[in-house]
Design a protein around this ligand. Sequence first.
Ligand SMILES: [Ca+2]
Ligand SMILES: [Ca+2]
Length: 182
Amino acid sequence: MKPFIRSTLYALMTVLVMMPGIIVAEEPVEPVEAIEVAVDMKPGSCENSINVKSKGVTPFVILGTVDFDVINIDPVTIQIGEVVFDGVSYTLEEPVFPLRSGYEDVGTPDICEAGADGIEDMTLKFSTQAIVTALSSVPDVVVVANGNQVKLILTGLLDDETLFGGECVVQIKSKGKGKPSF
Ligand SMILES: [Ca+2]
Ligand SMILES: [Ca+2]
């Protein structure tokens, strides 16, 4: 057998031998279960509202529990990337990322007015205008109108890449503080 043909044969055989391995590697990965976390806006207050004229920041909090240590969150992965309005879910073209994050016990899961509960939470500050802009980009519906209820979906990853998500219902306010520009 000529060396060239022999080496070609070896190459072909190598490919055939490797194929089962490739097939195994391409087997569908088990769907990753996302952890549901408690999210609140303006911890300590039950009035979760966004004033569309506010130029400041809106505080959010991911609430820690005995089973969920917020220290395991990778802060740079946190985003609001989906909203639910009028029963319809919309993926935001541009997800909104927090301006900064920190650790402080400021809230209690499921009790909006409770404040600190002895378990550390992750505090987040989002640009209010960034949220308003993202909500305004939802096509075909006017999300940003006074009195609208919008569910914001906040997601992120833990340090071990586990996906987590939580939701927070907020009310849109376009009256009150600020100049009447509408
Ligand atoms: Ca709140
Ligand atoms: Ca807490």
